[in-house]
Design a protein around this ligand. Sequence first.
Ligand code: UT7
Length: 323
Amino acid sequence: MVKRSRVLGCGTYLPANVVTNQDLERRVDTTDEWIVQRTGIKSRHLAADGELTSDLAIGAATRALDHAGIPASSIDCIVLATTTPDNTFPATATKVQAALGTLGFAMDIQAVCAGFVYALSVADNMIRGGQARRALVIGAETFSRILDWNDRTTCVLFGDGAGAVVLEGYDGKGDSSDRGVLSTHLHSDGTQYDLLYVDGGPSSTQTVGHVRMHGQEIFRHAVTKLSGVVEEALAANGLESTDIDWMVPHQANRRIIDGLARKMKLPPEKVVLTVDRHGNTSAASIPLAFGEAVADGRIKRGDLVLMEAIGGGLTWGSALIRW
Ligand code: UT7
């Protein structure tokens, strides 16, 4: 027997305000045609004034707990992935803990767009190591707050939102037929720190800063690094890409997602896409896409789900889950 984390439930939360490419045409020198062709994005949700990352996280976590059918008081660990915390400190996760009434401990994880895979890995290891029994894993972002709204190369790409899953420890058989998190694989390469970063921070400038990105170079790294970490996940579980029922990728760019699916010989109907309606919501994009596909019945109990993401750092990783 092997200690595993099964996924009891999931939930999503999107701010009400939808901003289309046409809306952005009025704000910066861009076109709907450029944005759709280069990224696949048509619209994104943006948080309202006063709507914080913690509000989105609490919304998604509340729905995940309802879906799991368990009380908040049975959660003893929150791992919240975010690049846009309410405050530099304390961790936004502690605010979520107070609002929900969960027990144990709560912490934030910072791995930008790879944040959810990192958070899932941390929570899974907490459960498998015996430090937690039930965990909430959340990806939540108000990325719009760190965008330079005069920079058309970045401001059209991102959106706000949150998604959450509830994990619970159980004794599995130890093979790939088990339900729950089968594996997580994480990587980073700090020599690429300057490819995608925010030009501010508490220690360097005492400001929050704005997103700066060398998009083409990130693009070049993306398909190679993501296919590498997906191969790693499949090999670790003795699986082939034909065993995957659903790919739930980080939603940065439709062209990156299509390129990876082609490389893996995965048909497009096995790929969950939200980038057209959500844009890139950083750490929230995977749990938002996962929650949507579970809610509409595409992902069914027992399905094998592959998650993968790459983001600033560079950080990247994959997770294989049997829902
Ligand atoms: O989630 C974290 C990881 N991030 C990513 O995965 C992002 C990876 N990179 C990308 O998705 C793409 O590189 C972008 C979508 C960011 C950019 O697409 P691209 O095809 O690489 O375009 P580019 O940067 O090469 O720019 C092409 C042209 C440039 O004009 P010139 O120099 O050819 O005259 C840009 O100035 O497009 C111009 N451009 C725009 N035009 C209209 C850049 N942004 C815009 C815009 N509207 N919003």
